[in-house]
Design a protein. Structure first.
Length: 324
């Protein structure tokens, strides 16, 4: 039988080899110290250049009134310089690294990153194109994808709208760039309209004159552009006149002017005796029962049999009733 001592494995620890390995590590770290110092200085230099470049891009854009564009482009320039500085610092610390290999690896990584962050990159690029082409600016009132409000900021990922009821709508830039946008404040003035119904017995010319004078006198209506009252429709119960006027293009001016116009139109029509009729419906009820109802020999489906004229049931009962 073999003894337990013979079966147990033995470990041969060589202190000299261990110390040699530690010394190798220490010597390697000491040799890297100059490289680390130079790489740190280079990286700090690139950080300073990145900060300075971002600031200069922001200043240049601010001179042309493009603060948002300066922020986006400044951030892009900053991160481009920082990544370049990191790659150079890495090649200084580890000289055996080939810059071409790093760039190739970065290219492969960028493809993977592009798939992983496709939506983020798409929104960033859309935001950059929006800032360059400027279909609208900060402070404009726009409508897009069912949201309407004032543009607060155009960020790298989304555009912030402040809705008229005091909420913030965060809309991805890609949605704005690929969808139709209605810029409400693109021009200084905007036209509004409202349909007014008058009676068929009223004079169109008198009604047009009364409405034009009433609307032109409202505060906020641009009288230089004129007020139009156009006969628009012959409806079932009234004649429709379409009233059109111009105001400043911001939402507050449009809403307040329309409120004043509606009140003035009602008061002017009442004062001039112009009828503003309600919608009228006429319902005619016919007795479609027949004297032959229930008699299958005399009645067809829906109408009595034969060519002779039909007799309503109430008339047949009246004829059959005994006379007093």
């Amino acid at each position: 039988m073999m003894s337990l001592q013979e079966d147990s494995p033995s470990f041969d620890v060589n202190p000299d080899a261990l110390m040699t390995k530690v010394e190798t590590w220490v010597n390697g770290a000491i040799r890297l110290v100059p490289n680390l110092v130079v790489a740190s200085v280079a990286l700090l230099l690139f950080i300073g250049v990145a900060w300075f470049a971002k600031r200069q891009v922001g200043r240049l854009a601010s001179r042309h009134g493009r603060d948002n564009l300066g922020d986006v482009l400044g951030g892009f320039v900053k991160w481009t310089i920082l990544i370049l500085g990191f790659l150079i610092a890495a090649t200084i610390v580890f000289p055996q690294l080939n810059p071409a290999d790093l760039i190739a690896g970065l290219g492969v990584s960028s493809v993977a990153i592009g798939f992983a962050f496709k939506d983020i990159l798409q929104n960033w690029l859309a935001g950059l194109l929006i800032l360059i082409r400027q279909p609208f600016e900060v402070g404009d009132q726009i409508e897009v994808n069912g949201f309407e409000g004032t543009v607060q900021r155009i960020e790298t990922r989304a555009t912030i709208l402040k809705t008229y009821d005091g909420q913030n709508a965060v809309i991805p830039n890609s949605d704005i760039y690929t969808n139709a946008i209605l810029v409400k404040t693109a021009h200084e003035f905007r036209r509004s309209q409202y349909d007014v119904g008058i009676g068929y017995g009223d004079s169109l010319e008198d009604a047009k004159r009364v409405l034009e004078e009433a609307v032109a006198a409202c505060d906020g209506v641009e009288t230089e552009r004129g007020v139009e009252v156009l006969p628009w429709d012959l409806a079932a119960s009234w004649v429709t006149l379409r009233v059109r006027w111009w105001t400043r293009s911001d939402r507050a001016s449009v809403v307040q002017a329309q409120s004043r116009v509606i009140a003035a139109v009602k008061a002017a029509c009442d004062g001039a005796g112009i009828d503003m009729p309600f919608e009228t419906h006429i319902q005619l009820v016919h007795d479609q029962t027949e004297a032959a109802d229930g008699d299958r020999e005399a009645q067809r489906e829906g109408w009595p049999a034969g060519d002779e004229g039909s007799t309503p049931r109430w008339r047949a009962r009246e004829a059959a009733a005994p006379t007093a």
